[in-house]
Write a protein that binds this ligand. Sequence first.
Ligand code: DGL
Length: 256
Amino acid sequence: MLDTGVGGLTVYDALRRQLPQAPVIFAADLIGMPYGKKTEAEVAARVAGLLGRMSERYRPRLACIACNTASTIALGMVREVLEIPIVGTVPAIKPAALHTNTGTFGLIGTQATIRQRYVDDLERDFARDKTLLRIAAPDLVDEAEAKLRGRTVNMAVIEEAVQRLRGMDGGGDIDAVVLACTHFPLLREELGALFGNDVALIDGAEGIARRIANLLEGQEFAPTPQNRFVVTGPVEGARGLDAALAERGFGAPESF
Ligand code: DGL
């Protein structure tokens, strides 16, 4: 699995529930973070390079891009060049469109994700008769990273994003919000407290885990999975994550 940081762990958690026996190597591209503020060319180059390095080094049976930004930009491209199945994480527009009763729903992602053609296509295919309001909230990525490192979340940052979405034309009608960045479900509690009980917060993690479990169905795994958490750059970048990693069955972070 690949993400820039701990966001992809939300996909990992869902996978653990559905396929506890498969060993996972989770790569966090800490020196590449945030992808959301990079250009399409920069993100595509990093994702292709890192997935190539991972598949050569670890020979995985499957790879998951546990990042919406990377998936909406580079999924097609890496699928063409790598020989293993690649599962991407793309905004859960379809389930949110099915969920909304008011016909208006929101999407919060990174700047790079919300401008992708991939997202336009999902909206056209699954939400043509609905109103989808999109905002970029890159600062939530830092808050999610802080939370998993045991630091206090700055609620003002979360509140600003929620108010910005609510303040858009039709924003008051929103009854579902797509969490279109894998970091954001880590802030589900904080976002839920501000949006209120009438707004469903929808992400794709369970669906992605289901897809991975289907693709690996019938395969045998070693009796005790050895999960590894590897990072780009110095391992000190993962400082503060020990508890979050240990509770998920990872050993100490390693340099990648
Ligand atoms: N977790 C990544 C995503 O799903 C984004 C974080 C970043 O900007 O690096 O889009």
